[in-house]
Write a protein that binds this ligand. Structure first.
Ligand SMILES: Nc1nc2c(c(=O)[nH]1)N[C@H]1C(S)=C(S)[C@@H](COP(=O)(O)OP(=O)(O)OC[C@H]3O[C@@H](n4cnc5c(=O)[nH]c(N)nc54)[C@H](O)[C@@H]3O)O[C@H]1N2
Ligand SMILES: Nc1nc2c(c(=O)[nH]1)N[C@H]1C(S)=C(S)[C@@H](COP(=O)(O)OP(=O)(O)OC[C@H]3O[C@@H](n4cnc5c(=O)[nH]c(N)nc54)[C@H](O)[C@@H]3O)O[C@H]1N2
Ligand code: SF4
Ligand SMILES: [Mo]
Length: 803
C-alpha cells in the first residue's frame, strides 16, 4: 500500500479472551489492530463485553513480554536479574533441564500448569499441552480443575457417566426452564447471557440460585438466595418436594436410572445374582417386579431387565431370598427419595435461608416449565462439598427427565476431529501415577489433574514423590489459589520452573526462565465448534492473526511444538509442522486449511442434532450411560466402594458458622467472592479503559453489617480470616444477607496511566484475596477448596492498624 494512503481492513474473528469466545470483527487501520466489534452473524457474536472491546489495549500493552528471559540471580533475591536470551537457548535449556529431571526422578517429577481455558486463549493450545504431557510422561496437569471444573465435568460423572453440565450444555434455545446455580453468565459467558435473554423473551422461565442479586437474579422468575456453601441442602429440598408431590418423570426414572435396583440394607451394596444363588453372576443386578411380586434380573452388559421396565417397582422395601438367608432391600430410588425428603422446605429454610414458600414454588416451576436446562459453576465449585452439591443439583435434571432431551442439557453434535490431546500413546516406560491418586483416588488425579495443594506437597515434602520441575503455560498460581505463602515457598524450591505468559506476574517471578507468549489476537488458531448451540457447534474457524506479536513472542502452540522437537518428541508433533497438525485435525471433516485461511469467517459443517442418544442401540443393546450400571446412578456404588456417600448428601461448609462456632465467634461473617465483570481472574488490571472503571479491589457487605463496624461506603477495610488479612474498599449492598460478604480476587497489577496502584501479592497491606483461604478444609473426594464459603471479620483499615 502506498504510504499516506490510510487503509482499513475488517477481519471476521472471535475474541478468545474467555470461555464465551464471542464472534467479532477486528478492525485494522494502517496495519494496526484498533477495534473489536461484535459480529451478529456469528453464532456467539451478539455482543462483546468491555474486556473484548479493550483487546487492542492488551495487544499493544507496554508491559507485554517480548523476549525469553533467564534468571541470573537466586530465587528470593528481590532482583531476579532477568537476562534476555534467544529462543534457541531457551528451548535447549528447557529441554535439557526437563530431560535431566525425567532421567533422574521420572517424568512425573515434572508437572505442567495451564491457565484455565475459561479465562484465556489457552483453549487454542490445551490439547497440545496435554499431548506433550502424554508424550513426555507426566500425569500432573495443574489447572484449576479443583476450583473450576470438577463439579461440571467429573462429579456429575458419578451420576451420568458423562460431563454434565460441562459438555452437556443447556439447550437454551429450546429450554422451558433455565436454572443457573452459582453461575452468572452476564459476567462470565456473554454468549449464554444473550441466549438466556432471548429464551426469556420467548417465554422460558429462569431460576437463579445465588447469594447475590445478580443481573440474571433480578430478571429471574425465582431467585433463591442461598447461604454460601449450603447449596446441597437446597437441591435436596427441591428434589424432595418434587418427589413428594409426584412432580417427576416416573417412566424416565424407572427406565433410565438405577432407581429400580435393589440395595441391600445390610451392606449398602446393590443386590446381585451372586447373592441370590451360590455361583450366581455378580455382574447381574436385581430389581423388583411389582406385577409378579418377586425379584427380577437386570444385566448392565445388555442394559436390559428380564421383564418390561413398566413392571418394575420404583419404591418400597422388599425381602430378597439369598442363599445365605433373607435380606431386606430397598430400591435405590426409595433411598434417594428418603434422602431428599429428609430436607423438607422448613429445614431447607433453616439451613440455607431460602424461604420455604420459595422452595415449594421453585420446585413447581422446575417441574411445570420443564424441560430443564441447567448450568452450575463457580458458586458451587469452590466448596468443601462440591461433589455432593453437583450430584444433588444433577438430580433435578434427572427428575424432570431433561438429560439429552430437547430443551434440556444436550450433548450437541460436533464436527468430527481426532482427540489430539490423547491420541498419542502414553509414554510406556513405567506408568506414572498422578500426585493425588493415593489420597483421592476418585478425584481430579484420576483424570490427570493435580490440585495445587498436591503440587506444593510434592515439591516441599516430596510426597507421594518429588516434584522438581514445572512447565507453566500462564496460570498465576499464587494469585489464583489458596495457601499462597506455602505456594511461594514451593515454587521457589523447584529445581527448574519455566513459565510462558503474556505478562510477568507474581508467580512467573519465581521462574528460572520466562517465555513470551503471543496473545490470541496475534496467532492463528483452529476452533472446531463454538459449543453453546448446534448452530455454534457447526462453525469451524481458523482465527487469523490481526496483529504481530510483540518482540519475539510465540504462540503457546508454537512453544509446545518447539519444545516437543527439542525434547526429541518431534515424531508426535509432525516434527514441528503446525500446518500438518491442523490438516490432521481437519481430515475427518474434509475441510481444507488453505480455504479456511482465506476465509476467516469460517465454514459451516452440516450437523444433525440427536436427542436422547442414550436410548439408541448398538447390536440390540441400548447405549445407556457411561456408568457401571449403564443407567443414571442416583445411587453410586463407585462412591460407596471408596467410603463415600452413595447418595448425594448435605455437608455443612467446613469453614462455616455451623461447623466452626469456635471460629465464628471471632469471624462472624460468611465470606464468598465472585468474578469481576471487567477483568478475567488475575488479569487485565493494567488496561486503562477497564481499570478506570474499577480502581480498587472491593468487598460487598450489607449496610447493617457495615454500620455495626462503623464502615461507610468506599472506606478501606481489612478482611481477616484465620489464614490472613488483606485490604479492600467497602461497597454496600442491601440485597445481601447481613452476615454474608463478597470479595474479589486477582488484584496485584498497577495501571499507572490512570493512577491506579499495584498491590503487594504476599502481605496484609496488599489485596491478594487468596491469602485469606487455606488448603486444610477441602472436599474429600476432589480436593476442592472453599474460596466461596469461608469465615471472616471486616474492620475499618485504620482500626485494624494501617491503611
Ligand atoms: N468477566 C469475567 N468473565 C469470566 C471470568 C472472569 O474472571 N471475569 N472468569 C472465567 C472463568 S475461569 C470462570 S470459571 C467463569 C465463572 O463464571 P461464574 O461461575 O458465573 O463466576 P462468578 O460470577 O464468580 O460466580 C457465579 C456466582 O456464584 C455466586 N456464588 C458465590 N458463592 C456462592 C454459593 O455458595 N452458592 C451459590 N449458589 N452461588 C454462589 C456469586 O455470587 C456469583 O454471582 O467465568 C469465566 N468468565
Ligand atoms: N478467590 C478466588 N480464587 C479463584 C477464583 C475465584 O473465583 N475466587 N476462581 C478460580 C478459577 S475458576 C480459575 S479458572 C482460576 C484462574 O486462575 P489462572 O488460571 O491463574 O488464570 P488468570 O489469573 O486469568 O491468568 C493467569 C495468567 O495466564 C496468563 N495468560 C492469559 N492468556 C494466556 C495465554 O493465552 N497463554 C499463556 N501462556 N498465558 C496466558 C495471564 O497473563 C496471567 O498471567 O482462579 C481460581 N481462583
Ligand atoms: S465475554 Fe468478553 S472477554 Fe469473553 S469472549 Fe466475549 S468479548 Fe471476549
Ligand atoms: Mo475458572
Amino acid at each position: 500500500m502506498a504510504p499516506g494512503h490510510p487503509t482499513s481492513e475488517r477481519v471476521p474473528t472471535y475474541c478468545a479472551l474467555c470461555v464465551s469466545r464471542c464472534g467479532a470483527i477486528a478492525t485494522i487501520e494502517d496495519g494496526r489492530f484498533v477495534r473489536l466489534d461484535p459480529d451478529p452473524s456469528h453464532p456467539t457474536g451478539q455482543a462483546l463485553c468491555a474486556k473484548g472491546r479493550a483487546a487492542p489495549e492488551l495487544v499493544h500493552h507496554r508491559d507485554r513480554l517480548k523476549y525469553p528471559l533467564k534468571r541470573t540471580r537466586p530465587k528470593g533475591d528481590p532482583d531476579p536479574g532477568w537476562q534476555r536470551i534467544g529462543w534457541d537457548e531457551a528451548l535447549e535449556l528447557t529441554a535439557s533441564r526437563l530431560g535431566a529431571l525425567a532421567a533422574e526422578s521420572g517424568p512425573e517429577s515434572v508437572a505442567f500448569s495451564l491457565v484455565s481455558p475459561s479465562t484465556s486463549a489457552s483453549d487454542d493450545s490445551m490439547a497440545w499441552v496435554e499431548r506433550l504431557m502424554r508424550a513426555f510422561g507426566s500425569p500432573n496437569l495443574v489447572g484449576a480443575m479443583e476450583l473450576c471444573g470438577w463439579g461440571r465435568y467429573f462429579a456429575t460423572g458419578f451420576t451420568f457417566g458423562a460431563p454434565v453440565p460441562g459438555k452437556y450444555l443447556p439447550d437454551l434455545e429450546n429450554a422451558g426452564c433455565i436454572l443457573f446455580w452459582g453461575y452468572n453468565p452476564n459476567h462470565a459467558r456473554l454468549a449464554h447471557a444473550t441466549a438466556t435473554l432471548a429464551a426469556q423473551k420467548r417465554g422460558a422461565r429462569l431460576v437463579v440460585v445465588d447469594p447475590r442479586r445478580t443481573e440474571p437474579a433480578r430478571r429471574a422468575d425465582a431467585w433463591l438466595q442461598v447461604r454460601p456453601g449450603t447449596d446441597a441442602a437446597l437441591a435436596l429440598g427441591l428434589a424432595g418436594v418434587m418427589i413428594e408431590r409426584g412432580w417427576f418423570d416416573e417412566p424416565f426414572v424407572r427406565e433410565w436410572t438405577n432407581g429400580p435396583l435393589l440395595v441391600r440394607s445390610d451392606t449398602g451394596r446393590l443386590l446381585t445374582d451372586a447373592d441370590v444363588s451360590e455361583g450366581g453372576d455378580a455382574g447381574r443386578h436385581v430389581a423388583w417386579d411389582r406385577a409378579a411380586g418377586r425379584p427380577t434380573g437386570y444385566d448392565p452388559r445388555r442394559g436390559r431387565y428380564d421383564v418390561d421396565p413398566t413392571d418394575l417397582a420404583l419404591s418400597g422395601e422388599h425381602t430378597a431370598r439369598t442363599w445365605k438367608g433373607d435380606v431386606r432391600c430397598r430400591t435405590a430410588f426409595d433411598l434417594a427419595a428418603a434422602r431428599c425428603r429428609a430436607y423438607p422446605p422448613e429445614r431447607v429454610e433453616a439451613i440455607t435461608g431460602v424461604p420455604r414458600a420459595e422452595v415449594e414454588r421453585s420446585a413447581r416451576l422446575l417441574w411445570e416449565s420443564r424441560p430443564l436446562a441447567y448450568y452450575a459453576w463457580s458458586g458451587v465449585e469452590m466448596q468443601t462439598s462440591s461433589t455432593q452439591i453437583a450430584r444433588a443439583i444433577a438430580q433435578l435434571s434427572v427428575l424432570t427427565g431433561s438429560l439429552d432431551a430437547r430443551g434440556g442439557n444436550v450433548l450437541f453434535p460436533a464436527v468430527a476431529s481426532p482427540a489430539v490431546g490423547s491420541e498419542v500413546p502414553a509414554r510406556p516406560a513405567r506408568p506414572a501415577v498422578g500426585l493425588g491418586v493415593a489420597d483421592r483416588p476418585l478425584g481430579p488425579a484420576r483424570w490427570g489433574f493435580a490440585t495445587t495443594d498436591e503440587l506444593y506437597r510434592g515439591i516441599l515434602e516430596r510426597e507421594p514423590y518429588a516434584v522438581r520441575g514445572l512447565v507453566g503455560f500462564g496460570s498465576n498460581l499464587l494469585l489464583s489459589h489458596g495457601d499462597v505463602l506455602r505456594g511461594r515457598g514451593a515454587l521457589a524450591a523447584l529445581d527448574f520452573y519455566v513459565h510462558a505468559d503474556l505478562f510477568m506476574n507474581p508467580t512467573a517471578e519465581l521462574a528460572d526462565l520466562v517465555l513470551p507468549v503471543a496473545s490470541g489476537f496475534e496467532r492463528e488458531a483452529l476452533k472446531l465448534g463454538f459449543e453453546v448451540s448446534p448452530e455454534a457447534q457447526s462453525l469451524v474457524q481458523l482465527r487469523r492473526p490481526v496483529a504481530a506479536p510483540p518482540g519475539e513472542a510465540r504462540s503457546d502452540t508454537r512453544i509446545v511444538f518447539d519444545l516437543a522437537v527439542a525434547l526429541g518428541l518431534g515424531e508426535h508433533f509432525w516434527n514441528g509442522d503446525l500446518d500438518a497438525a491442523h490438516r490432521h485435525q481437519l481430515a475427518p471433516s474434509g475441510l481444507s486449511l488453505e480455504w479456511l485461511r482465506a476465509h476467516p469467517e469460517g465454514a459451516r459443517v452440516a450437523l444433525e442434532t440427536r436427542y436422547r442418544k442414550f436410548a439408541e442401540t448398538a447390536g440390540g443393546v441400548p447405549l445407556g450411560f457411561g456408568t457401571p450400571t449403564r443407567k443414571i446412578e442416583l445411587y453410586s456404588e463407585t462412591l460407596l466402594a471408596h467410603g463415600q456417600p452413595p447418595l448425594p448428601e448435605y455437608q455443612e461448609p467446613q469453614v462455616g458458622p455451623v461447623s466452626r462456632p469456635d471460629l465464628a465467634e471471632r469471624y462472624p461473617l460468611v465470606l464468598t467472592c465472585a468474578k469481576h465483570t471487567l477483568f478475567c481472574e488475575s488479569q487485565h488490571r493494567a488496561l486503562p479503559s477497564l481499570r478506570r472503571k474499577a480502581m480498587d479491589p472491593e468487598v460487598e457487605l450489607h449496610p447493617v453489617a457495615a454500620a455495626e463496624r462503623g464502615i461507610a461506603a468506599g472506606d478501606w477495610v481489612r478482611i481477616e480470616t484465620p489464614e490472613g488479612r488483606v485490604r479492600a474498599r467497602a461497597r454496600l449492598n442491601d440485597t445481601l444477607q447481613p452476615d454474608v460478604v463478597c470479595g474479589q480476587h486477582g488484584w496485584w497489577q498497577p495501571c499507572p496511566e490512570v493512577g491506579a496502584p499495584g498491590y503487594e501479592p504476599f502481605g496484609p497491606d496488599g489485596a491478594n484475596f487468596n491469602l485469606l483461604i487455606g488448603n486444610a478444609a477441602i472436599d474429600p473426594i476432589s480436593g476442592s477448596v472453599p474460596h466461596r464459603a469461608y469465615l471472616c471479620e471486616i474492620r475499618r483499615a485504620e482500626e485494624a492498624g494501617g491503611r
